[in-house]
Design a protein around this ligand. Structure first.
Ligand code: NOJ
Ligand code: CA
Length: 690
């Protein structure tokens, strides 16, 4: 008994909780568990000492030891202190649902569910539930708090902290890939590759490789009316949920009943397996928008890269990029090569001066005088190409909200059905005007912004407009519920190669698939052909070979993909450009074939509605030879492989344009050898011949 008391002192509990905890010791902790359909993954929930915890076993080994659960509310007892399991219920689901667009058309949701009811008696009784879903590829749990005495309807509840912990068993030998949380530049950072213990405070998806080779990714799903979860390493191997606060310090404000987002752990025996997981989508609610046939994946070019290279300006004046004539020139190009969209940034009033500081000057229904919206809409109609709208807010979010309805109406009337939004502002410098007309500065990923990003998506949906958010909150799979949320940024994209210091190193795109991409589509804007756009020898260049730029169209999934370079560079390399012309952005199925985090990746995808397959392979700064078995192809068909690969002398720094384009017949089961240069890659179209 003394030993128990000693242990309990490390987890102080309120007096009533203590009594329950003592009772609990006396009657033995209750445990309930649930396993994945294949039986390999098991989660066990315990109420030992009245402090609910969970632990995870995988392939016969405990991979996540007991970790705390709970929510701290401003009033009343902590949900998770002095609570006992009062009941539990099991369920199983095995159904296949269809995505309107995506990496695969059909998604199987096969899981076992355990609902655990937790109660606390005494002077201030409380109850809540923990819902757990365990799939073959990982698990999710969330808190469900019903209305009850003390948490009545209409009463605002303030969550001051979330106790959820994620505990890693062999923390000494675990590798981690991560970006620091709550950085001024949000998610636009280079990834760190470290031992687990060096990951102090991280964003999710947070990717780990255990000594056994098992890979885990910690993240969340269905983040709507809640704060984003970052992870704080409190003790070696113990990561505690750290919710991004409002400007007044409160983490979340809501009313009962409420459910939190799902806390997720993807589990795979190897790195590539993480990329084949549908866990995040499966934990989101089905489509709430009804018929979304108006949401169209596609490819686009745009008046964009020239501004990042300072060759044109967003602002009005002699170098203004978004002129009527320039948009028409881009529309001609788009029509010629079968692209659906043309982005034009800097079309609207508000860019003159220091635009990142002047968000309130933006007008979203007022073009500059040299941008004739009516003429452009008419020209686009005649060419079968649509303008992609652009709304940069510079983080002046209340200002944007006040114009949003009119701005989206204007876009709709101008034949625009995709808008790229932007929230350029240092993190924690999102400008909110509160009810008293006072200015408050918020984080990009707090509860306020979770709501504002969603407001943009739902308001746009009312006008049949899709959204591509730059400087977004991280993706948590909401595209399933709101399929007009087509894509987003939320990582260091191509733009950093124009002006960022340092530009993206070759390993960046070998880490992204296993980290950022686990959350959802990324508008990286690949396809730069002029790899030294600032001139020879300039620090800022694209640290890729030409073949690797092509591979990104398959590796970095997005239903809208930009051909980001100036169009004259595509005309100059028609041979290489053919791959971008051919590659689709919507897939029947996708399969990661091989890879290691930060080293390399091989991704194969079958075109939706067609028999062609595409393959993208890329490497970090190390050259490597790959041997690929073509066992994804249909055994009944013949294919022509159209291969765009690094030449024998290629490397990102010395010979990035050394590329071989070759065509040859291939079929199911054949073995293909591929040489990837340092910072290189390969892109292949498997054209079905019958
Ligand atoms: C940052 C975005 O990521 C980029 O694509 C855009 O051109 C600028 N903001 C201006 O809005
Ligand atoms: Ca950006």
């Amino acid at each position: 008994m003394r030993a128990y008391f000693k242990r309990m002192l490390r987890f102080p509990v309120p007096t009533s909780g203590l009594i329950l905890a003592l009772l609990c010791v006396a009657v033995q902790a209750k445990e309930v568990s649930v396993s994945s359909p294949d039986g390999k993954l098991t989660v066990i929930v315990s109420d030992e000492r009245g402090a609910p915890s969970y632990r995870v076993r995988y392939a016969g080994k405990e991979i996540m030891p007991a970790a705390r659960l709970g929510l701290v509310l401003r009033t009343g007892p902590e949900l998770g202190e002095g609570f006992l399991i009062s009941g539990s219920a099991m369920a199983e689901r095995d159904e296949t649902w269809q995505q309107p667009w995506g990496e695969r058309r059909l998604v199987r949701d096969h899981h076992r569910e355990l609902l655990v009811d937790l109660v606390r008696g005494g002077a201030m009784p409380r109850k809540f539930s923990l819902r757990l879903r365990v799939f073959n590829d990982g698990l999710g749990f969330r808190y469900e708090v019903p209305r009850q005495a003390g948490l009545s309807s209409g009463q605002q509840i303030e969550i001051l902290d979330e106790r959820s912990e994620f505990r890693i068993a062999d923390s000494d030998t675990t590798r981690a890939w991560w970006i620091p949380a709550r950085n001024w530049s949000s998610y636009e950072q280079l990834y760190r590759t470290t031992r687990l213990r060096e990951a102090a405070h991280v964003e999710t998806p947070f990717t780990l490789r255990l000594a056994s080779g098992v890979h885990l990714a910690l993240h969340e799903a269905a983040l709507t009316n809640y704060a984003s979860m970052t992870l704080n390493q409190r003790r070696d191997g113990v990561f505690k949920a750290d919710l991004t606060p409002w400007s007044d310090g409160v983490k979340v404000k809501l009313a009962a009943p409420f459910n939190t987002p799902w806390r997720t752990v993807q589990v795979s025996p190897d790195a590539a397996g993480l990329l084949n997981s549908d866990l995040i989508l499966n934990l989101n609610e089905p489509n709430k928008l009804g018929d979304v046939s108006w949401v169209k994946p596609g490819k686009y070019v745009g008046i964009w890269w020239a501004m990042h290279l300072w060759q044109q300006t967003w602002a009005s004046g002699a170098k203004h990029g978004a002129t009527t004539a320039e948009v028409k020139r881009y529309m001609d190009f788009a029509a010629k090569y079968g692209f659906s969209g043309v982005l034009a940034e800097g079309w609207n009033v508000g860019w003159d001066g220091e635009w990142p500081d002047n968000g309130e000057l933006f007008r979203f229904a007022q073009p500059y005088p040299d941008f004739d919206m009516a003429a452009i809409a008419a020209y686009g109609r005649s060419k079968g190409v649509k303008l992609i709208g652009h709304h940069e807010t510079s983080g002046a979010v209340s200002h944007y909200a006040s114009q949003m309805g009119a701005a989206y109406d204007y876009a709709r009337a101008s034949n625009i059905d995709i808008i790229k939004t932007g929230y350029v502002a240092d993190n924690e410098r999102i400008k909110r005007i509160d009810d008293q007309r006072e200015v408050r500065y918020e984080w990009h990923d707090g509860q306020f912004m979770a709501g504002e990003y969603l407001r943009s998506v739902t308001e746009a949906a009312k006008r049949k407009i899709a959204i591509d958010t730059h400087e977004p909150i991280k993706d948590t799979g909401l595209r399933r519920t709101y399929p007009n949320w087509l894509s987003r940024e939320g990582a260091r994209g191509q733009e950093y190669n124009a002006w960022g210091f340092p530009p993206n190193p070759p390993e960046h795109t070998a880490i992204l698939p296993y980290t950022r991409m686990l959350s959802g589509p990324f508008d990286y804007t690949p396809g730069i052909f002029n790899l030294e756009p600032n001139g020879k020898g300039h620090e800022n260049r694209v640290r890729s070979t030409l073949a690797k730029e092509l591979s990104l169209y398959v590796v970095l999934y997005s239903p809208i993909q930009m051909a980001a370079d100036l169009i004259e560079h595509y005309e100059a390399r028609r041979d290489a450009f053919q791959f971008i012309v051919d590659v689709p952005t919507d897939w029947e199925q996708s399969r990661a074939l091989a890879g290691e985090v930060g080293e390399f990746v091989v991704m194969a995808r079958q075109q939706r509605g067609a028999q062609d397959w595409y393959l993208g392979a890329l490497t970090n700064e190390r050259a490597r030879e790959l041997t690929l078995k073509l066992d994804f192809l249909d055994p009944q068909r013949h294919y022509q492989a159209q291969i765009y690969r690094d030449g024998a002398g290629a490397s990102w720094d010395k010979a990035p344009y050394d590329m071989v384009i070759e065509k040859r017949p291939v079929s199911f089961g054949e073995v293909l050898s591929l040489h990837l240069a340092a910072g290189g890659g390969a892109a292949i179209r498997f054209k079905a011949l019958d």
